[in-house]
Design a protein around this ligand. Sequence first.
Ligand SMILES: C[S@@+](CC[C@H](N)C(=O)[O-])C[C@H]1O[C@@H](n2cnc3c(N)ncnc32)[C@H](O)[C@@H]1O
Length: 239
Amino acid sequence: MSKQDEIDYVKNTGGLTRVWLNEKPFRGGNPSESARLLRDFAAIIELLNLAEGARVLDAGCGPGWTSAFFARMGYRVTGFDLAPDMVTLAERRAAREGVGAQCEFVVADSETFDFPPEFDAVVVYDTLHHVQREDLVLRNCFRALKPGGKILIAEPGFLHGQRAVAVTEKLGVTERGFDPRALKKILAQSGFHDIRHFVPTYRAFMPSPFAALKTALYDLGYYFALAHTHLQVWLVARK
Ligand SMILES: C[S@@+](CC[C@H](N)C(=O)[O-])C[C@H]1O[C@@H](n2cnc3c(N)ncnc32)[C@H](O)[C@@H]1O
């Protein structure tokens, strides 16, 4: 579980030409993963509700698919990642999608970055669980936001670390999970307010109205029991 393993991840999983890293969320994965990521992106833009021209910081941007999509929404994007290969992929992707001019990418560590307070939103999507000190990351995010700016965090739930033990053993990358109550506390300690927790339901279409009703009742119990421990954690807060 070292930072070097995070840096080497691209090299250790097929290199810069791996289809998934270049085409995420479309080709190279599987249809249900693609659908989940596309729904996640839809949720992000709905929850952030930004005006065109807004400045977005994509923390731990990875191969840059969210950055390119933000740029296509009309936002001005800065993406950063610890892994230089990820930054290369993100730059290539933005150029390929014709949004290179609206994006800039830098190599930076989310535990130590220090950007001026210029951003309308910071997005921490599927990356916080790769660090050891989420308190440092959230403090740095707070500093990078304009007053009133929003942070959106979407990360795996509490059990992810146990589920992903094999990944850590094979690739050395850090895999953790979060309880939303603990993250909310750290957000508040970092200075954020108006902290809201969202529970993803991932139920787009039902085969019949009866199935929709049955599922709604089931979900009520399921989400009530598991929202704080098992499910993906979505939090939105303001500086
Ligand atoms: C699961 S990937 C997700 C990337 C991207 N957000 C996405 O949705 O494709 C996690 C990313 O976090 C990055 N990462 C790991 N530790 C980091 C750190 N300390 N600072 C910045 N990025 C980091 C990894 O290099 C990787 O790109």
